[in-house]
Design a protein. Structure first.
Lengths: 294, 332
């Protein structure tokens, strides 16, 4: 067995996994606060990647600098999706209905992106995408490290916002109990809208890094959402820490299985781990089990 | 209205039986075959998901398993192309059911929304497996025995087989709906904890329903495979299949008997017609389909059948009220 390949798998697992963790954190935040499963998260990541693509190829704006434009755009997209579609869903079937509504939104977005950008695969380009450096005898493109730093930075910002600010306390209160939060004077509707915006805004950053480290077209969204969903189910739905552990676990496991055994089994291995974890702990690693779940 | 309902079913059956004789264009016959297959799958899907409220977005795992079982069995048994291949269709359905047992045991451990997510994940495992394993032929797909029938006649036997499967699915779904088992499924949909408290063996009921729904969907996949003659992982394990089936049921009426039939026939024939007519309509279709889906869920969340029935009831009660008012007016 090639040990440097194993080291590469481990480092890549942490570097790339953190980016998945960031995208999944948005998904799990939306679920935790509103019990909405946003199946459009995958295609929104791709939309974020295409926005970065347009900014860098047509306007020559650097990928990371462009985030100052794409993150606010994606935030607004999230707010619009919440206000126009998701806020209408009420009642006991809300979660199931949200899956269908956001799936429909994903289909419309996928069709539109196909029309605008064609189905040809694209990849984002910059000097740090092509240049690499050596780490423990393994070569990495700079984008992996920059992406890691960005993802960790944004996740920390999310953490500080959630646990060190007044607004974060409102979010956590809404996470714990919506009606109790409303009773103590929290504007739950406002909190939900902003949370949806934040949950979608992270796809701008995630999409840029994804687009720089992978080739993509609109149909890549389906693959992404299945990964993001399994990450948050594994970590425990509604738990941001769970999203981080799940994201890093997924990529590391895939890489290691790919090196040790065969790339054919790498993606499947993660799904198998998911199945095993759920058989032992149906609520996920960090998930809380409600007393009465509808 | 109730008295006429049996006549409606009979009329529908007669139309379905003579339709291929009236419709001679092979392209339209092909559309009819696909519509019947999808409607049968939607009816069967609704029998579990619609009645129990557990939305299964991994039904393509059954469909693809049926398709690959049909292809692999036919090839390994060395069968030549002909009507005998249809005998393998129920067997393919049984294999899909058998696959459903372990899937159900895993997926049904969790409640509703997590169930949806896990069915999606399981579906992707199947798609990956079909793409990566060598016995499935990988991305090159699987070729089934060539059926040497004339093009003008080719779709007709498929039409009647698919119609038979659809009728079976409808009878099964209606039977389940009226049975004790069906009531247990409905009780789970309304309040699972209370059903459990009242002594419904929730786990066994859910698993049985889930596995049962796999039979018709697996047979649908098998007929599709025969009709196509060649299958690929991404077309039989298609995420769009999952969502199409769900849309058909929601469009027609989630959890009703008539809903998926109506939704399946209307949506699948519309989609097939668009694909046949516009060659480059792939992404346009996605946009239209998604937009229609959004409209249905946001404005008619309970489906056309329920919507129409409510409208009819309101009209009748209005007419009665008007009549009553007229009588009262005449008497005073």
């Amino acid at each position: 067995l090639n040990s440097s390949a194993l080291v590469h798998a481990l480092i890549d697992g942490v570097l790339t996994g953190s980016v998945y963790a960031l995208m999944a954190a948005g998904l799990t935040l939306i679920f935790g606060v509103m019990e909405i499963i946003n199946l459009a998260q995958g295609i929104l990541v791709i939309l974020g990647a295409y926005l970065s693509y347009t900014l860098s190829t047509h306007f020559g704006i650097d990928l990371f600098l462009g985030l100052l434009i794409t993150i606010p755009i994606m935030f607004v997209v999230g707010v619009v999706v919440q206000l126009v579609f998701v806020a209408r869903l009420k009642g006991p079937d809300k979660t199931s209905m949200s899956i269908l509504v956001t799936y429909a939104i994903a289909l419309v977005l996928e069709g539109s992106l196909n029309q605008i950008y064609s189905v040809n695969y694209q990849q984002l380009n910059a000097w740090y995408v092509n240049k690499s450096f050596e780490l423990f005898g393994v070569y990495f493109a700079y984008i992996y490290v920059y992406g890691f730093v960005l993802a960790v930075g944004l996740l920390s910002a999310l953490y500080v916002m959630l646990y060190r600010t007044r607004f974060g306390a409102s979010i956590r209160a809404s996470l714990a109990d919506q009606s109790a939060a409303a009773l103590v004077g929290i504007n739950v509707k406002m909190v939900s809208t902003i949370c949806f915006g934040i949950g979608v805004a992270v796809t701008a950053a995630g999409g840029m890094i994804y687009g720089a480290t992978n080739t993509f077209n609109a149909s890549s969204g389906a693959d992404l959402i299945s990964r993001l969903l399994t990450i948050i189910v594994l970590g425990g739905m509604g738990s941001i820490g769970g999203a981080m552990v799940g994201g890093i676990m997924m990529v590391t496991l895939e890489d290691i299985v790919g090196v040790v055994w065969s790339p054919i089994w790498s993606t499947m291995s993660f799904f198998i781990v998911l199945v095993i974890v759920l058989s032992l702990r149906p609520q996920g690693i960090f998930g809380k089990r409600s007393a009465r779940v509808a | 209205m109730k008295r006429w309902s049996n006549l409606w079913w009979l009329g529908g059956l007669v139309v379905a039986l003579v339709l291929p004789l009236l419709m001679t264009n092979p392209a339209y016959r092909g559309i009819a075959v696909y519509s019947l297959i999808f409607t049968a799958c939607a009816t069967s899907w609704n029998m579990f998901s619609g009645y129990s409220g557990y939305v299964n977005l991994g039904a393509a795992a059954f469909y693809g398993t049926g398709a690959y079982s049909e292809g692999l069995l036919a090839n390994h048994l060395g069968m030549s192309g002909g009507a005998a291949l249809f005998w393998l269709v129920p067997l393919a359905g049984v294999i899909a059911m058998a696959i459903g047992i372990p899937l159900g045991l895993v997926a049904l451990r969790v409640r509703r929304h997590t169930f949806v997510v896990i069915t999606i994940a399981i579906f992707f495992v199947f798609q990956l497996a079909a793409t990566n394993f060598s016995f499935t032929g990988g991305t090159a797909g699987l070729t089934l025995p060539f059926i040497p029938w004339m093009a003008s006649y080719f779709a007709v036997p498929f039409y009647y087989v698919a119609l038979g499967i659809l009728i079976f699915a409808i009878v099964l779904s209606a039977g389940v709906r009226r049975s004790r088992f069906g009531l247990q499924l409905l009780a789970i949909r309304d309040d699972e904890d209370r059903a459990l408290g009242l002594g419904v063996k929730v786990g066994a009921v859910k698993l049985t329903g889930f596995v049962m729904s796999g039979f018709v969907i697996g047979m649908g996949g098998a007929v599709y495979a025969l009709f196509q003659g060649q299958i690929y992982p991404q077309f039989v394990f298609d995420p769009l299949f999952d969502i199409t089936i769900a849309l058909m049921c929601f469009f027609g009426g989630f959890g009703t008997l008539l809903g998926p039939i109506l939704g399946g026939l209307v949506l699948e024939s519309a989609q097939q017609y668009l694909t046949v007519t516009y060659s480059n309509g792939g992404s346009l279709y996605l946009i239209l389909f998604g937009a229609l889906f959004l409209l249905v869920i946001l404005f008619m969340p309970r489906g056309i059948v329920v919507y129409a029935r409510d409208w009819w009831n309101r009209r009748e009660s209005r007419a009665e009220a008007a009549q009553l008012a007229a009588t009262v007016g005449a008497n005073s």
